[in-house]
Structure formats: C-alpha cells, structure tokens
Design a protein. Structure first.
Lengths: 90, 153, 153, 90
C-alpha cells in the first residue's frame, strides 16, 4: 500500500536562479524536512551552489504554492516552493 | 473585475483608458500611473532592463492586489499591466488605471496599486549597463515604507 | 515649462503622454488624472454640462498652478488641459499629467494639480438635465478641504 | 489739463452674468468708490438686476486685473474687475 513519495517542485528566480544554476528542480524530501526553514537548511547542503544561493538567507523570500510563506510554513509532498529575492517590479 | 495582464508587448495608455470607459457615464475620474525605464541608474548609463516574473504567482498576486483596491474603494474600473522581458531606456514598464465616481478614490487607488505592485508582486529587475556590467536591482526601503502606509493586507 | 490649455475640443490622453515623454529617458513615472462628465448628477439624468471660463485669467491661473507644482516637485513635464463649452455624459472635462524621475512626486503633483484646478482656476459648470431644468453647480466644501491639504499658495 | 476719467471694465460670469443680464460693462466710478467692497455697494444701487446679483455677497468672488481680490482690494480707473461665483471646474 506504499505510495511513492511525491516530490516537491522547487523554483528559483532572479539571482537565486543564477547562483543555484537552474530554475527548477524536483526533489523528494527526507523525513523531517517539512517546513520552509528546514527545506532551506537541507538545500544548503546539496551543493556549493545551493550554499552560495542561500548564504544570505535573510534576503531570500519564499512562496509555497504561489503564496508568500514564512520559514515556519509547512511544506508537503507535491507542493510548489519558490525562492527569490525581495521583489523589485513596478 | 479588474483587468490584470503580464505581457512582453508594450501597452497603449489611450486605448486602455478608452477600453475602461467605453460606453460608460458613471465614471467621474480616472487616475493612472505609468512607470518607465530611465536611461541612467545609480549614475551609470543603462543599456537594458530585463524584467523577470513568476508565471502564475505574479498574475495571482496582481489579481489579489487589484481585488484589495476594489475592496477599499468603490472602483468602476481597474487595469494593471506589467511588462516582462528586455526593456530599454524610455520604454514603458507598468500601467495602473483606476476609475471611480470621483477623483479622490481614483487617485488614492492608483497610488495604492503601484505601491503594492512594487512590493507584493513577484517581479525582479536586472540592469545591464552600457559597459556590459549587470546587476539585479535591490529592493528599496522607501518602497516598503510607501506600501506600509496603506496598512497590512 | 508646463503645457497649459483651455479648449473646446477633446484631448487625447495617449497623444499628450507621448508628447510629454517623446525622446526622453530621464522620466521614471507619469501620473495622470482625467475628469469626465457623469450621466447622473444629484440623482437626476444629465443632458449637458456647460463649462464657462474667464478668458485670460483662467490661463493665467492654470499657469500659476502648474508653476506652483513645479516649485514643489522636480517635475520633468506637466500638462493641464481643461475643456470649455457644452459637454455630454461620458465626455472628458480635464486632463492633468505630471512626469518625474520617480512615482511619488508624479502622483503627488497630479493630485495637487487637480485639487488646485478645482478650487483656484476660474471655471464654472452649468448642468442641464433631461427634463430641461438648469442649474449652476455649487462649489463643494470637500474640494476646498482637499485643496487646503496642500497649504496656502 | 483735465484728463477724462478712464472707466473700469466690469465682467460678470456664470450666474452673476445671468442675473445682471450682461457679461460686461464699462463704468466711470464716482469719487470714493475705490475698493472692491465700495464698488459692490455702488453696483447694487444701479438696478434691481444688480441688486439681485449681489444679494448674496458672501458667495460672490472677485478678481482685479485677473488676480483674485478681497473686498479691501483697491480699484483704480482702467482696471478690469470681474465678479463670479466660487469656481467649480475640474
């Protein structure tokens, strides 16, 4: 009756995309990685590029399923999680 | 219902205003704001400004901002158009239009909409200067302060 | 120098904005306001609204109001057009355009200009209703209050 | 060596014009009529129509030589003096 765990879709924009080197990745999160804050900590360890992208965590903004989210926000399998700098449109 | 668009193409202020007001006699005032690309940024000559966005979330955020304006003021029309892609000095970036029975709600809503668009819709600007240097534009604290005038969402 | 006009003819928002910004790359924001004739006034259906002015003084007053805006904000362009003569519901009455490096001076100047135009430029509106009744529009106290926000001349 | 006294050009707008019945008149002012306030008092006595136009003096605005003017403002031969209701443009 085991379902294959569904991945989380992770998106990067602006200089986060440039630092990570890709705009999108699909990752299956390990047990315990179930908040935005935990996800950032886990992503940082994936590569030097991820570590560089999240080095200034205070300047990174997040959205879960296209809503702005705080570090405490829950992340569940199948979610769309985006990381980006403070917005500068208009 | 607001008309909210993200597009590569330029927009036409006259045509958008005409579309908002066509055949109507209930409107007494229409406020608008257009943001344009300046040729000098941080004292350096700009070659291009490239606008990136988050397809899906950006349109949602814009629709939410417009809905908030419609909640705060009795708007008779509201148009938000934000361009993306590479732009050049003098190009249009963003259009805000707000129509109401009187000028005060039209003008207040226009100011609100551009303040919130700047701070709550996922767009990012990258500047490329004529010397080839590139930089992502930093968020401005006074944009945050301007948006905060209107209170929390 | 502001572009100030009193005219019978309609104006074209897109063309006026294009004229203000043509060939320029120093402008970052353009605010505008258009006032239009509503089809219902005081609960009664309107046939025509006739705008009377004081030729000579009106243009002087408008130029002075524009100069005051240019003194308060570093405007890169300013256009004021006010129509006179008989107008109908849906018609444009007045256009204010203000361009600046950033949005805040452009939007503040736009609001200032229409507030002062309404209270310091000699125009008078006469309404004719569909039942034939005619009345001169009374000055509104909240227009005075809106103009007073900006302080004395 | 007497100069003929120059008249004052008096203009009426909006409902003042309608009540007076004319938009403009050229009048030579008598001695002592040398302020806006004195001019209004003198005009009131010229006809019933003038009296009706200035009946609500508090709602009448004035300009001397195309500048807004108070009742204390001076009026001199050759001046252009306009009377009108509070403005309602925009």
């Amino acid at each position: 009756m085991d379902d294959a765990p569904r991945p989380v879709q992770i998106l990067y924009f602006a200089w986060l995309r440039e630092r990570v080197g890709i705009g999108e990745e699909h990752l299956t999160l390990p047990e315990g990685v179930d908040t935005v804050g935990a996800l950032v900590g886990w992503l940082r360890q994936r590569s030097d590029r991820h570590a560089a992208a999240f080095a200034l965590a205070a300047t990174v903004r997040c959205a879960v399923n296209q809503d702005f989210a705080t570090p405490e926000a829950a992340v569940r399998p199948g979610d769309e999680v985006a990381f980006f700098p403070p917005v500068t449109g208009g | 219902m607001a008309d909210v668009r993200v597009q590569l193409a330029d927009f036409d202020l006259g045509a958008e205003t005409a579309a908002l007001t066509a055949g109507r006699t209930d409107i007494g005032g229409i406020g608008s704001f257009i943001g344009t690309v300046r040729g000098i940024a941080h004292g350096r000559p700009l070659a291009t400004m490239t606008l990136e966005h988050y397809p899906g979330m950006t349109e949602r955020a814009m629709a939410r901002i417009a809905a908030e304006a419609e909640r705060r003021w009795a708007l008779l029309g509201c148009t938000l158009i934000h361009r993306v892609g590479p732009l050049h000095p003098g190009d249009n970036i963003v259009l805000v239009l707000a129509a109401a029975t009187h000028r005060q709600p039209a003008l207040d809503a226009t100011a609100f909409l551009i303040d919130w668009l700047k701070t709550r819709a996922p767009f990012w600007k990258k500047e490329r200067f004529t010397d080839g240097a590139e930089t992502w534009v930093d968020a401005r604290e006074d944009d945050e302060a301007a948006a905060a005038r209107w209170g929390a969402l």
